[in-house]
Every structure is written in C-alpha cells, then in structure tokens.
Design a protein around this ligand. Structure first.
Ligand code: GLN
Length: 538
C-alpha cells in the first residue's frame, strides 16, 4: 500500500481569499498528471451541516450524490475535477461535536473526561484519515475553513499539527493562503500581514511550507525573497495568485507559478506524466471567444448575493462555452416583478430560469414570470421550486383551478397541486430531513428531455420536501403539459414539459449540481441553445 499524501490549506490575514479555488486548482493540476486526488473541507461553525443556513449567510447549499448538504466549495471541487464528493468531504464543528457527544453518551470513552484535546482533535484526525485510508486517492487536500488565529479553528490547527507529526513532514504539508495588500497612497505591496499570519500559524506548531499570496499587482522577485526569508519558506514556494477574470484561469496561473511542482517535490511524489490540460484549455478558449451573446433572466429571491445560485451560474458558463455563446445572467428579484410596469425587463431576455427556493416570499412574482414566458414562448427552465411554480401557473391559468397552490405556501388551498409526501408529514426536525441526494428518473418517450439526455433513465440530485401531487395526474396531463420524467419506484413526477412551447421544462431535481467543465449538463446546454435560437428570431 502506497503512502497517501496530505496537503492542508489554511487561510491567513482575511477570509474570502478563495481557498476553495486554490485547492481545486491544485487538485486539477495534480489530477492532470494522473494522481488520484480528492478535496475535503472543514467548516468551523456549529451547524451540523449548512442545510439549515439561509443562503444569505453562506451562499448556496451544495448537495452530493449521497445526499449530504454541504458547503458550496464542494461544487467547485466537482466542477474542476469531475470527481464525485460525498458526506466525508465536508465536515463541520457541529458534526464533530455531535459525534463525540454521541460516543460519550454510549460510554465509549470508558469513564474518561472528554476534552477538546484529545477527543475533538482525534475525531478531526479520523475524518481526515477516513479518506486517506480508502486507498482510492494518492493525495488528500484538506481545506480548513476560517482564518488562522480564529478561536474556533484552533482544534483543527492542532489536529493538523499532530497529523503532520504522525505522517512525517514528507507526507503532509501546509499551504498557507494570504493577502498581500496594496497601499495606493504609498504605491506599495505590503508583506507584514502575511509575516504575522505565518507567525500565528507557527505559534500553533505549524510551519507553512508553501505561501500562496493573493495580490492585485505582480510580486517582484525582491518582494518574494523578502517573504521567503521572513516566512521561512523556499523562494520557489512563494506563489503569486493574482486577480483573474475567471476562476477557471486559476489552475493555469498556478501552473505558471509552479505550485504543483513545489508540492510534488516537497511531498517526494514520483512524477507520473506531464500535465494534460487539453480539455480544460479547449473549454477556456471557447468560453473566452464567444461568437454571440444571449441574456437569461434568473428569477429568484436571493439574487442580491451572487453565491446563492453559484451552481446555476457556473452551469451557464459550462453550457455557454459548449454553445460558444456568452451567457449574461440577469438577476431578477421575484418581488420586483410583482409590479406590472417592471415586466418590461422580460422584453430583452432570450430565456428565463426560475430558481429553487423555500417559503412564500416572492412566489407570486415567480408565477407571473412563468406566465409571461409561457404565453410569449420564451425558453423556460424551472428548477425545483421553479418547476412547482410552473405547475401552479398552468393549473391556475390553463386548467382553471384558480386557487391552485403548494401547501408550503397555503396549507388550506382547495387545490394542493404541490403537496408534502406522506413520509414527510411526520417529520419534525428540519436538518437533513428533506428528500436528498441522487434518485433515478425514467424519461418518457416522445419527450423533449429524452431527446436532450439521449437516455431512457437518468440520476439527478434532489433537495426538497414538496412534490407534484399525484391526485392531479389525469387533469394536469390532459392538455399540453406532459409528465416526461417519472421516478420508477415511487411514480413521483420529476419532470414536466409544455409541448405547446419551443422549450419549457420544469425539473423537481437540481441539474446544476452535476454540471462540470468536462461534462456540462445536457439540460443547461440545450436550454442555452434554445435561448440562442430564440434570440435570432427576435
Ligand atoms: N421549497 C420547495 C420544497 O421544499 C422547493 C425546494 C427547492 O427549490 N430546493 O419542495
């Protein structure tokens, strides 16, 4: 059995420096040299998972095949590597404590006093080694959320220190990501915050092996020498991470800076093959050289925060590149379109996506958006709540069920076309209890989606409580609406399409979680193609 190598990514100076993108970029470079790599993220907050967090708090909640509700960085890992992540790839302090406390209740600590060191730190180490011990990977990259020096990340830093000691310094290294601020008044880049941050890390017994420095300006050799000397790292291990136009440029920038080379040498890995980034480069070339442009409206209620719909935005980038078209995503707050005069915003759009979401706020705006695009034959894509809104709009305006609604919004509606499944009705706890993860779906013949996927059966990821109410099966599909995706085991309707429309698809699942650079999602690719076609007819 070959030794698994461990790379820890810590952050210093400030948050939001993009540890996830650096970790994913390094992983991409290593993967392109034939190393088997996975990435894991530790989040130092007390929620057991981000599933109960409002998107305004922490951005989108990403869902894995095995139904874990995770940090959005896992989305970047999958999109960059095209490798599936799972529950093991995202762990929070809440989950660590929950597990230790459960063990304590079972008496597993045999009368010992349960403490942060060693019990919490041991649990953290176990979670890191869990991936290493699968023998599925040559390299595990573990991103430690938060900023070095935070009270809440201390147990993680201590666990990392112990692991480096136990695994040996040639098997486990630390990459420290920091900021080199530019003082415009002085016209200078400043290294002092980085020196302090490295020192803080050192106080906990961890030496930074590699420094990745976020900067708005090029780092001179003199500045790199200074950083190397005062932070105790090799000159080659001072890596510049300059601002770029797209996150998809970062792997190439890291390659230019030699990040992969430094890591391979430091971990004494035997090189396997030269980096093969052919497919990545082809994607970037198409992405950067679009032949035309379209505008897609994204109707949602968390639009103020870009990260709320991260996977949808990225899916449009992948699908845009495939179609060689620039996709401008126009954020539309669902409450904004409640006013009739604001409906003009739809006139300049080539397609509309109604986003996932929870709760009542903004849903009448979403329903109005669906009506507009249905009547005006503008390509429409409804995801999860977006699909549910399409069903409600059709029920009200075509089937004449005037008070049709979801029981999530109006529990006593006389036409609950969207309702809770029986199994959901008994559930009291909110965390981790939705219908989650990957479910099979059969595609019916003569449907648009069957044509798009070119398959009869698919697997897509879910995250919702409410469903299309099967009591409405016969009336709903008696006209132009077609149930084109059905769960083969439960009969639940997973996809609806309107056949009296060039492209009108609502899906109960979240296709955006599965779009990657090397495998753009077929529904997004087709939707963008339909919007492009529509733009030419306007
Ligand atoms: N709120 C809806 C439900 O729970 C939709 C969820 C979603 O859009 N992810 O079914």
């Amino acid at each position: 059995m070959s030794q698994t190598k461990y790379i820890f990514v810590t952050g210093g100076v400030t948050s939001s420096l993009g540890k996830g993108i650096i970790a994913a970029s390094l992983a991409k470079l290593l993967q392109s040299q034939n190393f088997r790599v996975t990435i894991q993220k530790f989040d130092p907050y007390l929620n057991v998972d981000p599933g109960t967090l409002n998107p305004y708090e922490h951005g989108e909640c990403y869902v894995t095949d095995d139904g874990a509700e995770t940090d959005l960085d896992l989305g970047h890992y999958e999109r960059f590597l095209n490798v599936k992540t799972s529950q093991a790839n995202n762990v929070t302090t809440g989950r660590i404590y929950q597990s230790v406390i459960q063990k304590e209740r079972k008496g597993e600590f045999l009368g010992k006093t349960v403490q942060v060191v060693p019990h919490i730190t041991n649990e953290i180490k176990e979670r890191i080694l869990l991936l290493g011990n699968t023998e599925d990977y040559d390299i595990i990259i573990t991103e430690i959320g938060g900023t070095v020096g935070d009270i809440e990340s201390l147990p993680y830093i201590e666990a990392v220190r112990q692991l480096i000691y136990e695994q040996g310094e040639n098997n486990a290294i630390t990459i420290h990501l920091t900021l080199i601020p530019y003082l415009s008044a002085a016209g200078e880049l400043k290294t002092k915050p980085t020196q302090h941050s490295v020192k803080t890390l050192m106080e906990s017994g961890i030496k930074a092996d590699v420094l990745v420095c976020r900067t708005e300006h090029e780092l001179s050799d003199d500045l790199r020498k200074k950083l190397a000397l005062f932070c105790n790292v090799k000159f080659e291990a001072v890596i510049q991470s300059i601002d770029v136009d797209t996150i998809y440029d970062v792997p190439l920038k890291m390659q230019d800076e030699g990040l992969d080379k430094v890591v391979i040498e430091r971990l004494e890995l035997l090189p396997k093959q030269k980096a093969n980034l052919k497919q990545w480069n082809e994607f970037l070339t198409k992405y950067k050289n679009p032949k035309s442009k379209i505008r897609i409206g994204l109707v949602g209620k968390y639009v103020e925060l870009q990260d709320s719909y991260k996977s949808i935005i990225e899916s449009f980038i992948h699908a845009g590149a495939t179609n060689e078209v620039e996709v401008e995503v126009v954020s539309i707050h669902s409450e904004f379109i409640l006013e009739d005069e604001n409906m003009n915003i739809f006139k300049d759009l080539d397609g509309v996506l109604v986003a996932p979401g929870f709760g009542e706020r903004g849903i009448e705006g979403k329903i109005k958006a669906v009506e507009y695009v249905r009547v005006n034959k503008i390509p429409f894509f409804g995801i999860c709540l977006g699909m549910q809104m399409a069903v409600i709009e059709y029920s009200r305006n075509i089937l004449g069920l005037k008070d049709a609604n979801s029981t999530e919004m109006t529990s006593n509606t006389s036409n609950p076309v969207i309702d809770l499944m029986e199994t959901q009705k008994k559930i009291k706890n909110k965390g981790g209890t939705m219908r989650l993860g990957s479910w099979e779906c059969s595609l019916t013949s003569d449907s648009l989606v069957r044509n798009i996927y070119k398959k009869t059966s698919i697997n897509e990821r879910h995250r919702h409580r409410y469903e299309f109410n099967e009591k409405y099966n016969s009336i709903m599909f008696s006209k132009t609406f077609k149930a084109s995706g059905i769960n083969p085991k439960t009969g639940l309707i997973e996809i609806v399409e309107n056949q009296d429309h060039p492209w009108f698809v609502g899906v109960q699942f979240h296709p955006e979680y599965k779009s990657t650079v090397s495998e753009p999602h077929p529904l997004f690719v087709s939707f963008v193609a339909a919007a492009l076609k529509y733009s030419k007819t306007k």
